[in-house]
Design a protein around this ligand. Sequence first.
Ligand code: 26V
Length: 801
Amino acid sequence: MDVNQFKERYVKKFEEMYAFDYKEGSIREQFLTLGYLIKNMYAPEWRQTSDTYLENKSKQVFYFSMEFLPGTMLKSNLLNLGLLDTVSDGLKELGLNLDEVATGEMDPALGNGGLGRLAACFMDSIASNGLAGHGNGIRYQYGLFKQKFIDGNQIELPENWLRNGNVWEVRRENKAVTVRFGGHVTLDEDENGVKRPEYHNTMNILAVPYDTAQVGYDNGVVNNLRLWSAEIPYGEEYLYPTDEARDQVKQITEYLYPDDSNYEGRMLRLKQEYFFSSAGVQSIIRYYKKMDLDWSFFPDKIAMHINDTHPTLVIPELMRILMDEEGLSWEQAWEITKKTVSYTNHTILQEALERWPVDMIAQLLPRIYQIIVEINRRHIEKKIPLYGEDLTYRTAIIDHGQIQMANLAIIGSHSINGVAKLHTDILMNQTLHDFYLMYPNKFNNKTNGVTMRRWVQISNPGLTALLDDVIGTKWKKAPNELVVLKAFANDKDVLKRLDEVKLNNKKKFAKYVQEEMGITIDPTAIFDVQIKRLHAYKRQLLNVLHILDRYSFIKENPNTDIPKRVFIFGAKAAPSYHYAKQIIKLINEVANMINNDDSINDLIKVVFVENYGVSLAELIIPAADISEQISLAGKEASGTSNMKLMANGALTLATMDGATVEIHDYVGKDYIYIFGMTNDEVQTLNENRTYHSRHLYETNPRINKVLNMLVDGSIPNTEEIGQDIFDSLVKYNDEYYLLQDFDSYIEAHKRADTDFKDRMKWNKKALMNIANAGPFSADYTIHRYADEIWKMKPGEENILL
Ligand code: 26V
């Protein structure tokens, strides 16, 4: 399609939809026109892809995830269809502007953070690698809460993202399935003496799928993301005569749980987990039957991947259907299930490991409960002779009246992986060591990755154009080609152009900050960025302590020649996470104090953006100079903002944690600022029990001074929270060792200050980061999942790697 054809089609589509002149259209109408037009364009390939998979009986992977955070899809669809320039030029000729039209789209916040965004990067890479793979999740009516700051406090508002409809989705009512809850189950013998479950008094919920195309990059592949919505089954409305009864159904897919780590046992959450697991498995089984193959081939044609333990009920659900509905024996069903399912662990935080009370599962899912009990019984019976009682019981699925979801996921699958080398090592040697002894071959590492299409090509067109010009365009399909850029590490012209690209991105963000927040920031300052969920282990507070230290230094040395810094934060706290919300309030009050202090010559500014999410990340990341990855070593499973920031030329200032360890190994020590304890050092300190944070507070004058600022009235409006935060660090012995790492953190920042003053030196470091970001492309991560876990190959017609 050329520019003229596009223009013609756009105008025609607009006038069909709205029956007035396209020039009169609102942004929203322009967006919808474009959205429907694009959907029309990929529709044939969408259908074709699915037909081809069925015809070829291709192996397909289904990625089960409670969360997907895809971001807006207009530009990503255009990019992947190869239409970005055509459409952008065409709109311009029509007197419209693609960037403006793009603001008409809502950003679906159907996830909390890293885990949901990873799922979205994976969907993009699966399609772009030419693999047959689909997502399976929940179509929440309300996404993650919208964050507002009122007097510096986080306020949560509902995120009604579907208010104006959703162009990209297709409701597929004829593919709906029924999910059963509650009641009780009896095992009755049929005429052949086989025990069949009979369900009594169940609540039946209709699961209706909404499909969204996942367009591959320049390869004609269009996969599917299927999100399920709960409805009252047709003809059963009479069973739900009251508003309350109807609400119970609606509620199942109403809200995303806004919790990134603190696990709360809630019936509704359990319903959600079973709802989309069951619906997904049922629709896969129905599909498999179309292939008309023996059940024994099931694992050769289907892989089911569970993103964390939230979809673990896929395991007993698959067992249930194979046995109860398809008549397979336990042994046959178990072999198939194990070979089909694989599991990724995303956290070692104890409070985030899922456990469900036995009573809840028994009551809500009586048949599933029976199957879990039997899986557990057989596991114990089989393993005791091999591993003894102690170890075996430590791996039990049911323990102290609770179902351990991770244990069920490991026992019922053929693969468990961590998301970065260090994380996988910790799983094997500590957290899941008993399982590692039992199943050494199930364990493997798959370091996370990010899609360079969204995180470089779409969000950073300036850098993309520079790369295309300097190293050619091969990196777009083979991100490791970015290493070619190293040859230009000392090329003054390239370094200067890189500097200009960064400056432009910083200006664009500065404009946003001016317009939305009324804060003036200098685009030539260092933009120092920490963007991630607010959590104690991620140590945003350490960042604040550094800001306070720097602030008091400047107050005492007003003529210092350190470069200007803008500290940028983006973070949501779980609504029930009191301490995290106190840190938000603190950051906002510190920002207020510093931004309004005329005596410091604008040497520091603090910007805490409201409602951080995918769209804001796309604005902030290209503008970053420093990437803060400062979690306590051993706590951050991987991190993925570290990869996005690196690929956009930010220098990482970090502890040796998560995938940052691998970033360090690729980029080399001269191009990264590492500080703080290593995981081994943290372990030793834990074991020795010799850490006394109060001692550091009393003996380290710098720490003393900064901590006193929290309680001596230096920071306005922090009387209540200042003392609590102070106590967490001094009275309660500083669980995440901020004070232990404080000095080396400050030193790392000083090195960055010095380097930044030498522009060419800094730009060279930025260039080396971009050049070494290729290995963190999700395309490679997905290639390894496909090869080593799912045992899949890309379709011949779309080989990418
Ligand atoms: C737990 C729960 C508990 C119930 C309520 C909802 C909810 C939502 C999420 C979680 C666990 C979140 C685990 C997680 O997001 N881990 C992050 O995964 C990223 C992708 O692998 C990784 O980069 C981050 O380091 C890791 O923290």
